[in-house]
Design a protein around this ligand. Structure first.
Ligand SMILES: Nc1nc2c(ncn2[C@@H]2O[C@H](COP(=O)(O)OP(=O)(O)OP(=O)(O)O)[C@@H](O)[C@H]2O)c(=O)[nH]1
Ligand SMILES: [Mg+2]
Length: 366
């Protein structure tokens, strides 16, 4: 069986939007006025149409832009999965067991995980029979459907942010992209009209507080912070009180990168979550675990350890642009039974996107 070997050095990293006054007038004047009004109304309508057209155009550009960014970010995975599938189906003249075996290898190599791959290949065999497919080229479309279905089973791109305030805790090992993702999420929420506050809960790594403050400044968002080396639970406590008194919509808390094999650091995180549990009863909470897609199956091990400290409500899978093994999106969510909520496909602000299975698979197969 193929083994997926991933190494990651968990080292500390330094880091990183007329009222028209109606007067008494003669009939003639009224007629003139009426004509003027009609012409004004027409102009307004035209202006409004132009605005709508412009908005639609802008929206289309944005959608095209976002989808474009997604496609670009998934170039490596496209090479690792879709292009290889293309080559495979072109090299066969009929659908046989060898084709299924080779496809299995492609999917495992792309980090879909052994279990998920087996499941998908079994379903594919059934679909081929059901559809009476004989042309290997048909396999691609059937695979596309199955991948979308597998992802939809565990997908939920929405963040639960119903109460004021709502709290988003962001956890993960060193360098996975927690702080950067917080900056991007905060910017996105602010763009949606939400009042956001950040908490510099990483008091451990030198420069971490300043890194978050830079993100805050970029989007005009306040950051609650203490000094480096102070108790992160105290920062989070203060930030929760500030979020309540300032009536902010969303508080996002950064945390120090945990070496998930260091018990004391994980215990410290446990303490932060106790404060959140006690102070945020009845409030919407998200605990997002950030995973670096380039670490492959190792990310699943990390997630299992973090799940011991807190309930993880969603995953943020960063750096998908840096790997050909984007199949990790499927295996990680299926194995952990936690939805991938956001994916990172680059370092730009718009590169952190809501994870939508259909769009994701389209971007891969487009
Ligand atoms: N290419 C790429 N780089 C990313 C992505 N997300 C984050 N990064 C980069 O990853 C590096 C680490 O990001 P940080 O946000 O500092 O990571 P962190 O988890 O906060 O790290 P610590 O605070 O050290 O635990 C930065 O250089 C980011 O620009 C992504 O989706 N794609
Ligand atoms: Mg950080």
């Amino acid at each position: 069986m193929l083994k997926n070997l991933f190494r990651r050095n968990e080292e500390e990293k330094q880091g990183e939007q007329e009222t028209v006054n109606e007067q008494e007038t003669t009939k003639e004047q009224e007629t003139t006025k009426e004509q003027e009004r009609v012409s004004e109304d027409t102009k307004d309508t035209m202006d409004s149409n132009t605005n709508i057209e412009q908005e639609t155009r802008e929206e289309a550009i944005t959608i095209g832009g976002l989808f474009g960014r997604l496609k670009e970010g998934l170039t490596k995975t496209k090479k690792g999965i879709t292009d290889r599938v293309d080559d495979l189906v072109k090299s066969y003249t009929k659908i046989d067991e060898d084709l299924f075996e080779e496809l299995e290898e492609i999917l495992i190599t792309a980090d879909l995980g052994v279990n998920t791959t087996m499941e998908i290949i079994d379903q594919l065999r059934d679909r081929v029979k059901e559809n009476k497919a004989t042309d290997p080229m048909e396999v691609k479309g059937l695979l596309k459907d199955l991948l979308t279905e597998a992802l939809e089973e565990v997908a939920d791109p929405n963040l639960n942010l119903e109460t004021t305030p709502s709290i988003i805790m962001v956890v993960g090992v060193n360098g996975v992209g927690k702080t950067t993702s917080i900056g991007k999420i905060a910017h996105k929420l602010k763009g949606e009209g939400k009042n956001v506050l950040l908490a510099a809960g990483d008091t451990f790594r030198a420069g971490a507080i300043d890194q978050l403050k830079i993100w805050g400044e970029r989007s005009g968002i306040d950051v609650i912070s203490h000094q480096e080396g102070s108790d992160p639970a105290a920062v989070v406590y203060d930030a929760i009180q500030a979020a309540k008194s300032r009536k902010v919509d969303v508080l996002i808390c950064d945390t120090a990168g945990r070496l998930h094999n260091k018990k004391n650091l994980m215990n410290e995180l446990g303490k932060v979550f106790k404060i959140v549990k006690r102070e945020c009863e009845g409030l919407s909470q998200e605990s997002l675990l950030v995973l670096d897609a380039t670490t492959g199956q190792n990310a699943i091990q990390q997630a299992k350890i973090f799940k011991e400290v807190t309930d993880i409500s969603g995953l943020v899978l960063t750096k998908l642009d840096g790997t050909a093994k984007g199949g990790i999106v499927i295996s990680v969510s299926k194995e952990l039974k936690v939805p991938v909520k956001l994916i990172g496909v680059g370092e730009k602000l718009e590169d952190l996107q809501s994870f939508e299975p259909k769009t994701f698979v389209e971007a891969l197969f487009d």
